[in-house]
Design a protein around this ligand. Structure first.
Ligand SMILES: C[S@@+](CC[C@H](N)C(=O)[O-])C[C@H]1O[C@@H](n2cnc3c(N)ncnc32)[C@H](O)[C@@H]1O
Length: 337
């Protein structure tokens, strides 16, 4: 297909996004922008950011169009998960070991997680582990459970699970644990938490087995290939998957993944996507999880998934099984509920 001229591109964009012909002022403005920048995405973003586009999305015509699709709905169901009271979780913290030197624990590490490691000693990160465990309704008692903490970083969530009685905890992340706080904490706590260096993209290759609880906290939006990661998580989950993520609030009701090609989110180039809640829910559903929202606050959300009996929709694509094979076997693509 021959490339579009700037004029054709802008006219088409007006038709699709704004539902009208381009007016002459708008047309010449965007053609000029496109020609001087050489970047059509600036025009695309400009039109999608316009007040006219926003109003159109909220308007009855657009909403009616959405409502026509009665097969697919993207609910933001709240999971009925009981709150875990602070009293239940409360336990006496260990005293610091004899000769404990605060500086040798804290120095030289960029702490991200805030966590009470000992009575009167708290890891100095700004993200409170205790608060997030509360939002996720992480059970106070994990006795006998196998836990996988994907994207563990310093491992504070892993150590918290061990403290709650988990029989085995695997911290899995990209970092060398000698360079984060992980080994310092592990040594001080005399912990049995194991650390595996690896990427969630090929989690299955590590043959770690099945887990009763998988933590997937603060990782989703860092991934360039989020769907690949979610498919891998399904294979390791025999119980619950607890997810915490950055979210956006745009076009709620439609699954939207905002792409961050640069450092748009928090000036951090390791952030790739901002999904809205419908996007998070449908991504996990199509991988074969039954998933629901637990809590949303600000630009973050906590969700909980369990493997569903339905075959993940991805297995009906060319990444998995062909349509032909699927229909021969009578396997239905699950509907997003
Ligand atoms: C924002 S930190 C979250 C740390 C921790 N889960 C928490 O909530 O405090 C993101 C973590 O995800 C890890 N991560 C990013 N991409 C990953 C990947 N492909 N596989 C495994 N871990 C990954 C990073 O190395 C980092 O440890």
């Amino acid at each position: 297909m021959p490339a579009m001229t700037p004029s054709e591109f802008v006219r088409a964009l007006y038709k699709i996004a704004l539902g009208r012909e381009a007016d002459s002022d708008g047309l010449s403005h965007w053609i000029q922008t496109m020609e001087s920048s050489g970047d059509p995405s600036i025009v695309l973003r400009g039109i999608l950011d316009s007040q006219e586009f926003r109003l159109r999305c909220e308007g009855p015509e657009f909403q009616a169009d959405l409502a026509k699709d009665d097969e697919i709905q993207y609910p933001e169901r709240m999971a009925e998960v009981p709150n875990v009271s602070a009293e239940e979780v409360h336990r006496s913290l260990p005293a610091p070991p004899i000769g404990f030197a605060r500086d040798s624990l804290f120095a030289g590490i960029q702490w991200h997680q805030g966590w009470d490691i000992f009575e009167g000693v708290r890891l100095p990160g700004r993200n409170s582990v205790e608060e997030l465990c509360g939002r996720l309704r992480l059970p106070a008692d994990l006795t006998g459970k196998r836990i996988l903490d994907v994207g563990a970083w310093h491992g504070a969530f892993s150590f918290e699970c061990e403290r709650r009685g988990a029989s085995e905890v695997v911290a899995f992340s990209l970092e060398d644990p000698e360079l984060t706080g992980f080994h310092r904490i592990k040594t001080l706590l005399n912990s049995k938490v194991e650390y595996v260096v690896g990427s969630v993209y090929n989690l299955q290759d590590y043959k770690l087995g099945q887990f009763d609880v998988i933590l997937f906290l603060g990782v989703l939006y860092h991934l360039r290939y989020p769907l690949l990661a979610i498919d891998q998580l399904l294979g390791a989950c025999q119980g619950e998957l607890l997810i915490e993520t950055h979210i956006i609030h745009e076009l709620n009701g439609l699954p939207i993944w905002r792409f961050y090609p640069g450092a748009e989110l928090n000036n951090d180039p390791s952030n790739w996507f901002g999904p809205n809640i419908a996007a998070v829910i449908t991504a996990f559903q199509t991988a074969g999880f039954d998933i629901s929202l637990v809590e949303a606050w600000g630009d973050r959300a906590a969700l909980r998934g369990v493997p569903s009996n339905l075959l993940g929709a991805f297995s009906g694509t060319y990444d998995g099984w062909s349509h032909e094979l699927r229909s021969r076997l009578g396997l239905e693509r699950p509907k997003c509920r």
